[in-house]
Design a protein around this ligand. Structure first.
Ligand code: AMP
Ligand code: GLY
Length: 432
C-alpha cells in the first residue's frame, strides 16, 4: 500500500521512517517533508494547510492511507475532508481535535469527566480577567501562582506561567488586548499553577479501546537545567522512570479512559493519538493539556523503540478493531533524542546554513538522525528551521543511549548549531 504523511518536522520523519519498515508498505510520500524525508521517502510539494490539495494528491496517486502529523490541519478538519472523499486517514476529526484546539473545551471536558487537572476560570474580556486577578491577589507583593492561557492554537506559545501579579496582568494584556496570538486569544483561561515534574503519556485509541504507549519526557525550556525561554521541545527520552508501571496504570484508569469515554458521550468520539501532558504533583498526576497527535520530539524515541508494525496499529484504529490487536511489542532499551537547533532559536534565526557530518553520524550504531528544519539546496542539506535535527539513539541504559545520541551530535556541525547538554538527566533523578 502507499502511505502519505502530512507534515515536515522530526515527528513526520520518524513516522515516515517507521512506516517504510512495514512489509505491507510500497511507497511513502511526505507532504511537504524535509531533507530527511526526501532520503527515506518521497517528498510532495503540497503545503500542510492545503486540505484540498492533500485530498487531490491522495486521490490521484493511489494513496491507501494518510497520517496527519501536526495539530493545525487536524483542527482545520483535514481528517473530515479525507473521510468525505472515502479516503483512509488516521487522526481525530475536527470536532475531536478541539481537545487541543480549544483549551476551554479541554478544561470543561476534564472537569465534567472528573479528571484531575488544575482549577480554572474562563474569560472572554480582558477587564474581567484583570479584575479577577486584582480581587484575588489584592497586594502587589502577593505570590500569584497562576497560568494564563490563550484558548486557541498558538504554536505552543500561548501559555504564560506566572509567579507575580505583574506577570499575570501582563499576560492578560498580551493575550486579550494586544492579541499577540490573534484569534486564539478571543477567550483566555486563568488556572492554578501546578508544581512538579512533567511527563508525556500517549495512547492510541479507536474511540473505545486504548493502547497506552510507554511514558516519555520532553525538555521544553531552551537551556540546561530547564532554564530559559520555552521552545517546541529540545529533546526527549523514553521510557520515563518517573512514570512507573503502577503510575501508568493509574493514569490510564483516571485520566485516559475517562477522557475517551467523555469524548464519546459528547458525540465527538476520539480516534487517533491522545497525548496527555501531565504534571506529577504531590496530589498525584494532573493533566496540563491534551494534544491530539504524536508529540514532537517524543515521537522520535517512541517510534525507535516500537517493534510492532505501526501500520497494523493504525489500520486497527481506523477500523475500530484495536481490541483485537493485543498489546504492542517494545524494544526494552531506552531511547534518547537530542534536538540540535539554529543559533537564536526560539527567537529569530537564519536559514540556509550548510550541515556537515550527517553521513558520519548515520554510521554510528543505534543512531538515527531525524530531520526537522532542513531542506535541500542541490545535493547539500541546509538548515531551514529553528529545530533542525533530532539525533536519536538507543542504548542498554538511559545513560548509554544519551552517550550515543551525543556521539551523533558531535559528528554534525553547521554555523551556529547548538543543543542542550543534559537531555535525559532528569531520568536519573526521578523517583516515582
Ligand atoms: P500547555 O500547552 O498547556 O501544555 O502548556 C505548556 C507548558 O506550560 C506545559 O508544558 C507546562 O510546562 C506549562 N503549564 C501549563 N499549565 C500549567 C499549570 N497549570 N501549572 C504549571 N505549569 C503549566
Ligand atoms: N513535545 C510537545 C509537543 O509536541 O507539543
Amino acid at each position: 500500500m502507499n502511505v502519505l504523511i502530512v507534515g515536515n518536522g522530526g515527528r513526520e520523519h520518524a513516522l515516515a521512517w517507521k512506516v517504510a519498515q512495514s512489509s505491507r508498505v510500497g511507497q511513502v510520500f511526505v507532504a511537504p517533508g524535509n531533507a530527511g524525508t526526501a532520503a527515506d521517502a518521497e517528498n510532495v510539494d503540497v503545503a500542510v494547510d492545503d486540505i484540498d490539495g492533500m485530498v487531490r494528491f491522495a486521490k490521484s496517486n493511489n494513496v491507501d492511507l494518510t497520517l496527519v502529523g501536526p495539530e493545525a490541519p487536524l483542527c482545520a478538519g483535514m481528517v473530515d475532508a479525507f473521510e468525505e472523499s472515502r479516503l483512509r486517514v488516521f487522526g481525530p476529526s475536527r470536532a475531536a481535535a478541539q481537545l487541543e484546539g480549544s483549551k476551554v473545551f479541554c478544561k470543561q471536558l476534564l472537569r465534567n469527566a472528573d479528571v484531575p487537572s488544575a482549577d480554572f476560570h474562563v474569560f472572554d474580556r480582558a477587564e474581567i480577567a484583570t479584575r479577577f486577578i486584582m480581587e484575588r491577589y489584592p497586594s502587589e507583593t502577593d505570590r500569584v501562582p497562576v497560568v494564563v492561557k490563550a484558548d486557541g492554537l498558538a504554536a505552543g506559545k500561548g501559555v504564560i506561567v506566572c509567579s507575580q501579579r505583574e506577570e499575570a496582568l501582563d499576560a492578560i494584556e498580551r493575550i486579550a488586548r494586544a492579541r499577540e496570538f490573534g484569534a486564539a486569544g478571543n477567550r483566555l483561561i486563568i488556572e492554578d499553577r501546578l508544581d512538579g515534574q512533567e511527563a508525556s503519556v500517549l495512547a492510541i485509541t479507536d474511540g473505545r479501546t486504548l493502547v497506552t504507549l510507554p511514558p516519555a519526557q520532553d525538555h521544553k525550556p531552551a537551556q540546561d537545567g530547564d532554564k530559559g525561554p520555552n521552545t517546541g521541545g529540545m529533546g526527549a527520552y523514553c521510557p520515563a522512570p518517573i512514570v512507573d508501571a503502577e503510575r501508568l496504570a493509574w493514569i490510564e484508569e483516571h485520566v485516559l479512559v475517562p477522557t475517551v469515554h467523555a469524548m464519546k458521550r459528547g458525540r465527538t468520539p476520539f480516534r487517533g493519538v491522545l497525548y496527555a501532558g501531565l504534571m506529577m504533583t504531590h496530589q498525584g498526576p494532573q493533566v496540563l493539556e491534551y494534544n491530539v497527535r504524536f508529540g514532537d520530539p517524543e515521537c522520535q524515541p517512541l517510534l525507535m523503540r516500537l517493534k510492532s508494525d505501526l501500520v497494523d496499529v493504525i489500520e486497527a484504529t481506523i477500523d475500530g478493531n484495536l481490541e483485537q490487536l493485543g498489546g504492542l511489542d517494545w524494544d526494552p532499551r531506552p531511547a534518547v533524542c537530542v534536538v540540535m537547533a539554529s543559533e537564536g532559536y526560539p527567537g529569530p534565526y537564519q536559514n540556509g546554513k550548510p550541515i556537515r557530518g550527517l553521513d558520519e553520524a548515520a554510521r554510528l550504531p543505534g543512531v538515527k538522525v531525524f530531520h526537522a528544519g532542513t531542506s535541500l539546496q542541490g545535493d547539500q542539506v541546509v538548515t531551514s528551521g529553528g529545530r533542525v535535527l533530532g539525533v536519536t539513539a538507543m542504548g542498554a541504559t538511559i545513560s548509554e543511549a544519551k552517550r550515543q545520541a551525543y556521539a551523533g551530535v558531535k559528528c554534525i556541525r553547521w554555523d551556529g548549531a547548538w543543543c542542550r547538554k543534559d537531555i535525559s538527566d532528569k531520568a536519573l533523578l526521578a523517583t516515582p
